[in-house]
Ligand binder design. Structure first.
Ligand code: F6P
Length: 333
């Protein structure tokens, strides 16, 4: 059979090693596919229907909520309302987790997500993504979240959806990274690349360089170093689209590094912007599964244990060589 005939569900059912039972993985990914199709369809017409712009509300992080953020969150809530075996959701757009006690029988899971990643792009027809992860819940957890405040190494599944010229689902369930493209005429995600490997170094970096004045001096030195143009290894180009998953997607396929350094605060410490549980930890799992690396600048992102669901950290993620260099240069305070 040519790869054109392999749908996401079929691929899961024939995959040998996964972190959770195949049936559970298939049920959860079927819901993620449904979310991807709904959001993808909506994005093509959202501006015509007046669904872009702000709601007038601010979220738990003090950011202005875009109409599409709120709508994207509702798409997840609806998809998982009857989403057995998923019984909890943690979202960038909700202060507290949402629980579906009816789905908490036997093995159960929590899906953590950022429904619309890169929301500053919603009003300009720019790149957007969705980031997700799945964690197993402990038996008897009730509505508590203690069992979920674990390091990213405990993620069973992680991935993202990139809405570009093609809508793609990129995910890992612990045995490599696979990419599926939506064929809108069939309404199916079809295997595009299997067991993707990230090149060990690249020639492109992504960052919001306008923030450079707020960074630790060593983070500034890092960017100076990779752009000093002394040789091939110090001659990087900048590409930044303002959507984490979409910038990362380039580096997964072609190598390079995405950095969002922390802002220096009192005592010389640095404070990051990106959220650990539903932004950086999921992409860190994808990066590592593809042979790349993901760091807070001080250590492996996947080993950071959150104190709260909306915790933030600096991030350096992509090809192993570039991320290792950032750690060696002690880029964070
Ligand atoms: O919070 C997530 C995010 O929107 C990322 O998707 C993106 O890379 C980054 O923040 C953009 O931040 P800024 O607007 O500061 O460049």
């Amino acid at each position: 059979m040519s790869a054109r005939g392999i749908t996401l569900t079929r691929h899961i059912m024939t995959k040998r090693e996964t972190t959770l039972p195949q049936r559970d993985l298939a049920l959860i990914m079927e819901r993620i596919e449904f979310v991807a199709k709904r959001i993808s369809r909506e994005l093509t017409i959202a501006s015509l229907g007046g669904e872009t712009g702000f709601t007038g509300q601010t979220n738990v992080q003090g950011e202005q909520v875009k109409k599409l953020d709120e709508w994207g969150n509702d798409v997840f809530l609806e998809a998982f309302e009857h989403g057995h075996p998923v019984c909890s959701l943690i979202s960038e757009e909700m202060d507290e987790p949402r629980h579906y006690p009816g789905s908490c029988k036997g093995e159960s899971y929590c899906v953590l997500y950022d429904p619309i990643d890169g929301s500053s792009n919603t009003d300009v027809n720019g790149s957007l993504g969705t980031i997700f992860a799945v964690k197993k819940r402990n038996a008897g957890h009730g509505n508590g979240i203690h069992d979920l405040l674990t390091a990213g190494t405990e993620q069973a599944v992680a991935g993202y959806i990139a809405y570009g010229p093609a809508t793609q689902i990129v995910y890992t369930a612990g045995s490599g990274v696979d990419i599926f493209s939506l064929d809108p005429s069939l309404g199916e995600f079809i295997l595009w690349r299997e067991n993707v490997k990230m090149p060990p170094h690249g020639s492109v970096y992504a960052t919001n360089q306008g923030n450079i004045g707020k960074w630790h001096p060593n983070a500034r030195a890092y960017i100076d170093r990779i752009t000093s143009r002394k040789d091939k290894r110090t001659s990087y180009s900048l590409r930044y689209c303002g959507a984490f998953a979409n910038d990362f997607h380039r580096f997964l396929l072609e190598g390079g590094v995405y950095v969002y350094p922390g802002e220096v605060v009192e005592g010389g410490k640095t404070k990051g912007k990106l959220r650990l549980m539903y932004e950086t930890a999921p992409l860190a799992m994808v990066a590592e599964q593809a042979g790349g690396r993901a760091s807070t600048g001080k250590g492996r992102i996947l080993e950071v244990r959150p104190a709260a669901i909306h915790d933030r950290h600096p991030v350096y993620i992509g090809s192993a060589d570039e991320v290792r260099l950032a750690e060696e240069m002690k880029v964070e305070g």
